[in-house]
Ligand binder design. Sequence first.
Ligand SMILES: Nc1ncnc2c1ncn2[C@@H]1O[C@H](COP(=O)(O)OP(=O)(O)OP(=O)(O)O)[C@@H](O)[C@H]1O
Ligand SMILES: [Mg+2]
Length: 233
Amino acid sequence: MSGELVLAAKTREMNLAQINTAVAIRNLSYTYANGDRPALKDVQGEIAAGEFVAVLGAGGAGKSTLCYALDGLIPHFFRGEYLGEVLIQGRPVSGQSVAKLAPEVGLVMQDFEAQLFSTNVELEMAFGPENLQLSRPVIGERIGRFLSAVGLERMRRRDPASLSGGEKQRLAIGSVLTLEPKVLVMDEPTTDLDPEGPTDPGAGRNAEGPAADPDPDGCRYRIRRSGRPDLAF
Ligand SMILES: Nc1ncnc2c1ncn2[C@@H]1O[C@H](COP(=O)(O)OP(=O)(O)OP(=O)(O)O)[C@@H](O)[C@H]1O
Ligand SMILES: [Mg+2]
């Protein structure tokens, strides 16, 4: 398992040939500026709109790096050697700013606590849509809908720092959902949730990360760090 990434895709009764490609990863290799070897090497894959994909791999296999490459932190924030390309809805990530990508790709980071910086839960949920300059009624509706989706309706006025680990993780997921991103990327999003927690908050969207039990029989791609992926239908 070490040094290997596996993309496990569950497709909901869809004819892939008829579905738009939401994410395309083409010969992606990436070496951090201070890295002595590639964190990602020749990764390839396509994710259709509506598909739910889990990326599996040992510690250090490159899962978080792949998440950064999907939402544009790589190559726009992290410096390094970037080869190949990632396309979101057909447009290269490298050619768009992180701000422009924000409504396209939402990322719940592995270090989700680092994502929380507001003084109460409601403000945290409002931050993304306010930056998109949405109207107050739309922002209010999204806050209510997604607080309910992550089960934090009764904690609107709480300081995020006072929440439990699982509640903070729910808030981080909720605050990304308020952007209603077309592609939802979640990096180990269930680490602090109880067994009832991982209820697929991104249902109906695309996702990277084990938000639900990955089913090895549903594996569509098996991506190794070196070499080409094996198709595993
Ligand atoms: N900012 C960085 N600078 C240099 N190297 C980095 C940086 N971030 C990650 N790496 C290296 O890139 C490789 C992949 O790391 P990454 O964090 O993507 O792995 P991961 O699969 O998410 O691991 P984990 O399961 O432990 O979260 C590792 O060898 C790591 O040391
Ligand atoms: Mg990681």
